[in-house]
Design a protein around this ligand. Structure first.
Ligand SMILES: Cc1cc2nc3c(=O)[nH]c(=O)nc-3n(C[C@H](O)[C@H](O)[C@H](O)COP(=O)(O)OP(=O)(O)OC[C@H]3O[C@@H](n4cnc5c(N)ncnc54)[C@H](O)[C@@H]3O)c2cc1C
Length: 439
């Protein structure tokens, strides 16, 4: 098959690129390894949770005021849930609720950690998030904020995490949830009308063919195109299952190595009775982390009034639990809840439905999302650098600086890569190879 641009992956980046190429009047084909579109934006209706919609991966449109997917949802008239307006919060110190003074100190610790990072980064290339937190060792809440910003939000332990990457991607604004789930939104609003070939893994990308053309080999045949946009995760790229011929340049390989995949594990537990642990609906539960590197598993309890709680753990704890299996992950979640609510937890969740996510073991992802190692914040921009005059382009959450690791970053990076392909295409079209039908 021949086309103008071939895209690898039908996640937000691939769909963003394909939409931009279609709008510019170019032909494109999207090759998707799995049997569905959306990638890490994936809504299911698990029987274990009573058949309600549940996002296995992404949930929120972050920084809604600057998020291009929010504009698509609004233009289509989709309902957006303002979870940050309905959310209540409970923070524990040991087994009791934090006092008002403690909560005020907790609130103040966030900007303090950010200011400490900015001060350290002013005269150093980079430090780790752990270095920043250790500079505030006397602050009783520093380890808690460190746990939130490292393993929980950025899904990596703070000693492996670039403070510069953290600051580059600090998102403000509102967090919105599309009614029915973000994966369902992507499938409904971002995929229709595009030429997407499901169950078609790309096996090898031959770039640097005559006239700069690119050939993508699949088990079903080869697609040739003037350009190829690769949107698979850095985990997939690092695993080497998708081969490049010739091999990628050293700078690109270094960029991939500098942006490994972190892991987040969601554990959802459905209530088996009327007890709601004296918590209001849509209540976020967390606690003061006693010492650096102690695990923090915040819970979203009874989200939007539903009858389950969802714990979230990231970083090395998540990888360990993923290796140990679902029962270990559920036991871990129950042990955290037991510390706060005692034995009623076992009565409430014993025998109820449960769900554990598996982003670690899915070969098409190999983790949840990327983070930059200390010293490698610039790798995001490096990975997005066009190769071979734009005949080979990379896009995806790992390539965006500003909205890194999010659906918005993926979408924008896909659209940016498409814009380069469109710009270059007019040059290629006038080349002799193209005019003679060989390109
Ligand atoms: C648990 C979790 C929670 C998250 N929470 C949020 C959130 O609340 N808000 C937010 O904005 N973001 C969140 N994210 C991150 C967000 O989901 C991702 O950043 C974004 O979806 C990535 O999109 P992408 O297109 O870059 O990559 P992907 O979605 O990974 O798309 C790449 C596609 O390539 C396919 N593929 C892989 N290998 C091949 C191959 N050889 N050939 C063909 N196709 C291939 C994959 O199947 C996949 O469909 C979360 C992610 C996870 C896992």
């Amino acid at each position: 098959m021949e086309t103008d641009v071939v895209i690898i992956g039908a996640g937000c980046a691939g769909l963003g690129a394909a939409t931009a190429l279609r709008d510019a009047g170019l032909r494109c084909v999207v090759l998707e390894a799995s049997g569905r579109v959306g990638g890490r934006a994936w809504t299911t209706r698990p029987a274990a949770l009573g058949g309600v919609w549940f996002d296995m991966g992404a949930v929120w449109f972050h920084d809604a005021e600057h998020n291009p997917l929010v504009r698509i949802a609004e233009a289509a008239g989709d309902e957006l849930l303002r979870s940050d307006r309905v959310r209540t919060e409970r923070t524990y110190v040991g087994d009791r609720l934090a006092t008002a003074a403690e909560l005020a100190a907790y609130d103040a610790a966030w900007p303090r950690l950010e200011a400490a990072a900015d001060a350290m980064l002013a005269d150093r290339k980079d430090v780790s998030l752990a270095d920043v937190a250790r500079s505030l060792a006397a602050d009783p809440w520093a380890a808690t904020v460190e746990a939130w910003e490292g393993p929980v939000i950025c899904v990596v332990d703070s000693d492996r995490f670039s403070a510069r990457d953290w600051r580059n991607n600090a998102l403000g604004g509102s967090n919105l949830v599309p009614q029915g789930g973000i994966g369902a939104f992507v499938e409904r609003r971002c995929a229709p009308g595009l030429d997407i070939r499901l169950n078609t893994p790309a096996l090898r990308i031959r770039w640097g063919e005559a006239g700069g053309r690119v050939a993508v080999d699949t088990a079903l045949g080869t697609v040739t195109a003037a350009a190829c946009i690769v949107t698979v995760s850095t985990g997939v790229l690092a695993a080497g299952a998708l081969r490049f011929d010739p091999a990628l340049p050293a700078e690109t390989q270094d960029a991939i190595a500098g942006l490994p995949m972190g892991l987040a594990l969601k554990v959802a537990l459905r209530a088996n009775g009327p007890d709601r642990l004296d918590l209001p609906a849509h209540c976020s539960v967390d606690w003061q982390v006693a010492a650096p590197n102690d695990a923090l598993m915040p819970f979203q309890c009874w989200p939007f009034g539903r009858d389950y709680v969802q714990g979230w753990v990231g970083g090395s704890t998540a990888w360990e639990l993923a290796r140990s299996g679902e029962d270990a992950a559920v036991d871990f979640a129950l042990s955290q809840l037991r510390r706060l609510f005692g034995g009623r937890v076992d009565r409430l969740f014993g025998g109820g439905g449960r769900l554990v996510t598996h982003w670690d073991s899915d070969p098409w992802f190999q983790g949840a999302y990327s983070y930059a190692l200390p010293g490698h914040a610039g790798a995001r921009r490096q990975l997005g650098e066009p190769l071979a005059d734009g005949h080979l382009l990379f896009a995806g959450e790992a390539c965006h600086a500003g909205f890194a690791s999010t659906v918005a970053g993926a979408w924008i990076s896909g659209q940016d890569a498409a814009a380069i392909a469109v710009q270059q295409f007019s040059l290629w079209r006038s080349s002799p190879l193209h005019r003679h039908g060989r390109a």
